[in-house]
Design a protein around this ligand. Structure first.
Ligand code: PLP
Length: 422
């Protein structure tokens, strides 16, 4: 089936006389006849639902759809994209470990890694998304457990050379984790280029309507943890908190990662997505393939308009002819990228802020990637924790305006920008 059919149909197949739309199982708990039945669930000897903090059928239907879209073997929903990235890394790294990450990533993820997870004893080395093989090589340490990057970085819009990063990760026996939020699986499926784990902030294009915060983790099922048992003891050695179950033995390499993240991390940290939000997310997924195409068309139209404007100092859009990442975009995003365009307004920080105030269709929001066009000045919002050096490494200049093209008519977006620039 094509990706569009998967968006509409996958994840949930009703039986005879059952609801056509995914049912919202708004229940914290599930009933059993005997304590023995329940005990088996607690020992992971039988599969089934018992408490929504760990698993809920509505969430599982939606996670199964996203797994199918990415071409993975298993997936889980989380309450936010932040939780997804935290779980994806913490599932295989703990105190004393090290991660190699692209420096061009979402500000919230940078904070999570460089500040909060550092306090947990995990070290991060940030490398340029355009790092050479030698530079990448130099970032690894004996205790490195994963490599992390974003397909299209938010907000720098740099495209990651996924194959190059995957090659480096695999040469060191560790997986490549890709945050695929901006591209969506409709425009790029990182597993096809060697990534091992994919994460999403489903809050963005997947939901697409600014309705619900959420996240997702998908496992390709291809990374063989058992080849490096000393690196990944959490997956390859018995878990005392489950009477000694070894995840790779019991659930195979295609199920171990998500099972551990569900029964251990979700059990202990509890960042579950509400079934109600999972239902809303699925409504978004049903039209994702139609919407992302329009977002990307609008993004390209706005980027082309800005490119030749006398009041604009620079434009960053990987789908724009002549862009630094155009070649990479042709390879990884041949059907289009996304609706987010970054640009600089001549006159720097102050001019950028004044321009944004004058917009009428586009609203100022700490959000991207929904149906309504919105914009943000990252240097004074999402990235305000960073000093100028860190901003530069993240690809965020003080005059950068992040403009997220919605689903409106491109002519109206361009007319709005025109009047504001005037
Ligand atoms: C928004 C975003 C996140 C964080 O997601 P939340 O759902 O806001 O927690 C992570 N990665 C990327 C690329 C994002 O755009």
């Amino acid at each position: 089936m094509g990706i569009g059919t998967k968006c509409v149909q996958d994840g949930y197949t009703p039986g005879n006389g059952e609801p056509r739309q995914i049912p919202i199982i708004q229940s914290t708990t599930f009933k059993y006849a005997t304590s023995q039945d329940m005990g088996k669930l607690f020992d992971l000897e039988a599969s089934g639902y018992f408490y929504t903090r760990l698993q809920n059928p509505t969430n599982d239907y939606v996670a199964a759809k996203i797994a199918s879209l990415e071409g993975g073997t298993a997936a889980m929903l989380t309450s936010s994209g932040q939780a997804a990235n935290f779980y994806a890394v913490f599932n295989i790294a703990s105190c004393g470990d090290h991660i190699v990450a692209s420096s061009s990533i979402y500000g919230g993820t940078y904070n999570l890694f460089a500040v909060t997870m550092k306090r947990m004893g995990i070290d991060f080395t940030f490398v340029s998304p355009h790092a050479s093989e030698e530079e990448l090589e130099a970032a690894f340490r004996p205790n490195t457990k994963a490599v992390f990057g974003e397909t299209i970085a938010n907000p720098a819009l740099v495209v990651l050379d996924i194959e190059k990063f995957a090659k480096a990760a695999h040469a060191h026996g560790v997986p490549l984790i890709i945050d695929n939020t901006f591209a969506t699986p409709v425009h790029c499926r990182p597993f096809e280029f060697g990534a091992d784990i994919v994460t999403h902030s489903t809050t963005k294009y997947m939901d697409g309507h600014g309705a619900g915060v959420g996240g997702c983790i998908v496992d390709s099922g291809k990374f063989d943890w058992t080849k490096y048992p000393e690196k990944f003891p959490g997956l390859c050695e018995p878990d005392d908190s489950y009477h000694g179950v070894t995840y790779t033995e019991r659930f195979g390499i295609e199920g171990a990662f998500i099972t551990k993240a569900t029964v251990q991390l979700m059990r202990d940290f509890g960042s579950i997505q509400s079934p109600q939000n999972a239902f809303l997310l699925n409504l978004g997924l049903e039209s994702l393939h139609v919407r992302i195409k329009r977002h990307a068309e609008n993004g390209l139209a706005v980027a082309r308009y800005l490119k030749n404007h006398e009041k604009i100092s620079w434009v960053k859009y990987c789908g724009l002819e002549g862009d630094d990442d155009y070649e990479l975009a042709q390879k990884y995003l041949p059907d289009g990228s996304c609706g987010v365009v970054s640009f600089g307004v001549k006159g720097g920080r102050a001019a950028a802020e004044e321009f944004m105030q004058k917009l009428k269709v586009a609203a100022i929001e700490t959000h991207v990637a929904d149906a309504r066009t919105c914009c943000l000045h990252p240097a004074s919002a999402t990235h305000r924790q960073m000093n100028d050096e860190e901003l530069a490494a993240a690809g965020v200049s003080p005059d950068l305006v992040r403009f997220s093209c919605g689903l409106e008519d491109a002519e109206d977006l361009i007319a709005d920008i025109e009047q504001a620039l005037k």
